[in-house]
Structures are given as structure tokens and as C-alpha cells.
Design a protein around this ligand. Sequence first.
Ligand SMILES: *Cc1c(COP(=O)(O)O)cnc(C)c1O
Length: 381
Amino acid sequence: MIQFLDLHKINQPYEALFQAKLKSVLDKGWYILGNEVEKFENHFADYCGTKFCIGVGNGLDALILIFKAYIELGKLQKGDEIIVPANTYIASILAILQADLIPVLVEPDEKTFNLDPNLLAEKITSKTKAILVVHLYGQLADMNKINDFANQHSLIVVEDAAQAHGAKSEIPENKLQISNSNTQNLEPRTYNLQQASAYSFYPSKNLGALGDGGAITTNDLDLANVLFSLRNYGSEVKYHNDFIGVNSRLDELQAAFLNVKLPNLDSENERRVDIAKKYLAEIKNDKITLPFYDNSTNHVFHLFVIRTRNRNELQEYLAKNSIQTQIHYPIPPHKQKALKELNHLSFPITEKMHDQVLSLPMSPVLRDEEVAQIIQIINQY
Ligand SMILES: *Cc1c(COP(=O)(O)O)cnc(C)c1O
């Protein structure tokens, strides 16, 4: 049986280092917002090429807190409209709603699964204040076009980078300087020219903890200060509360484990890309559409998502041949029971994708023989 994702195998090589970290945190006796969180925040900010990183409880909270911080700063107001891709994981939309903002859904580009910049103009109203970009499946959205549009209309751009840790885009020279002004020769990850990016360290993500975790990266000092406070009861100085905050701190032990894994993120992402290249070169089946990839560093293949008309049939065929697959995602957010107020909407591209997508096994610990076997079985379908 080839598992879709073998988390034990992914984490097993780090076991001795995890044990040492556990002992060190245990011995220190400081379990909340200690040295490990601070160290991770510094390292992850460096890795992303941003000035600040704020560790939080999970990826959903990272998104909610970004929006709440903009409301505290007066840059967003309750009831403002936020443009978001219709085919995202529901967390992106829940975050908008939980910050008392209004999600405005837009269809993706059928080729890349990502937000289609050409459809932004028809979605904008006087209440539109931000775009929440989602780098779905690990591939960066078309940030040059999206940023240009946002600049023209004075919109905030927030990135949901929960699936795209380490993805790098080619950034025009003139903009590179802005993002790197206070960091030494660091290459910006995801885009990071944006006002803020949200990350999740849910165990299955490209950088995964042994439990929940999340972070926000930004170059905006004011935003960072509000976020450091909001995640911790709205308090910077103990028992002095400046905002109606929440308790959403990155856990000290999870930060310690992430400190162990972060140095290997790039090599693990490279292994994912190698596997993807093999799938792309060798899967040859008329019934299957392979994902678009431009051979650049802008994709870290969190997921390898193919499309086919008889998706459920293909999934059963693969299961019979001992290959586990998953569907990301079977029901689009606007058709979920939880989002009744969106149920009447129709997004044909999004709905078609949800009927056709299938995620093949993808992880840095997938062996070459397993990849070859998957390719062979798919080609015989
Ligand atoms: C995983 C994920 C989230 C949420 O992260 P959690 O840590 O599970 O809260 C948000 N957006 C996207 C696109 C995700 O894939």
C-alpha cells in the first residue's frame, strides 16, 4: 500500500533531535512564548525574507488575526469586502467571516487553480478593501498582476501561504529593493511584498509541526506590533491589555520541533519538485489532465493535483491497486452547509474542479520505486 502521506516516515528521521528539544524545554521549565518561539520567529522571518514573523496557534488564526489587526489599525472596517478565490480551502473564507468582513468569491484560472487576475475588475465595489490570495496546492498565484491591480485600487493584499512555504517568485527588480530593505541578501519567499502572509504548520503541510501551529510574516512594523499583542490577550506588558485579543500563541514545544525541521525545508521541497517532474514527464494517459507547472521555483508541490472526468472511478481503480489518493476538495465552500448565505451562488469552473480533482501521493519521503509504480498503474488505467 502506497500511503497518500506517511507522516510518521516524514518525522521519524528527526526523532533524536525532537527528544533532545523536549528535554531542553522540559528542563528550562518555560513553556509559553519562550526562547524557542522567539528563535523560530527570527529564523522563519529570515527564511521568508521578511522583517517580522509572529508565531500563532494555527493557520486559520493567522488569517483571522491579520484581518483583526488591520481593523485595529483602522485600515479595514467591519463590513468591508474581501475578494477571495472560490475554490480555496474553507479556512480562507472562515477567516474573513470571523473578522466580520464580507467574502466576495471569484473563479480561479482553470490552468493554475489560482485566482484569475482578469476577473478582479468585475468584482470590485466601493466596499472592496482587500484581496486574500491563496497559493493553492503550493503554486504561487500571479502576484505581479494581482499587486498591480491592488495598487491601482488601493487594496490590501493578504497571502494565504498555508500550502506554499518556501515557494519563490520572480520579482521585478524595482520591487525587490522594497522588500529587502532591511534584510541582508535574503531572497523573499512566497511574495512577501504583500502586507502580510499567513502560514500553517499543521502536520501535513510542507513545514509541519507535531500538532497545530501557525505564523504571520510581514514587513509592516505597526501591523507586527498589533499582531504580537493580539495573539496574547491584546497585551504586550503582562496584565496591561490594549486590544480585545485572543489566546493564539505558537506553542513553545511546537516551535522547538519546527526549529529542528526548518533547515531541511528547502531540500524537502526540492524532493517534492523532483517527484512532480517525474509525474509530469511520465504520466501519459488521455483521460488525465496534469497540473500546470512552469519549471520555476514558484511551486513547492504541497499537493500534486490531477484532473479527470471520472474522478471517483479513477480513485477506486488506484485504491484497488494499493495507491491511496485524496480529494482537495470534494465540496466547494459556497456549497457547504455552514455557508448558507453563499449556497445560491454559482461558480461553474470551481464546481467542475471539485468534481474532477484528485491528489496523488506526494511527500519528500516517497521513494523512487513508489513513484514509478504509481506512474505505471496510472498509465494502465
Ligand atoms: C491548512 C490551511 C489553512 C489553515 O491552517 P490550520 O493550521 O489548519 O488552521 C488555511 N488555508 C489553507 C489554504 C490551508 O491549506
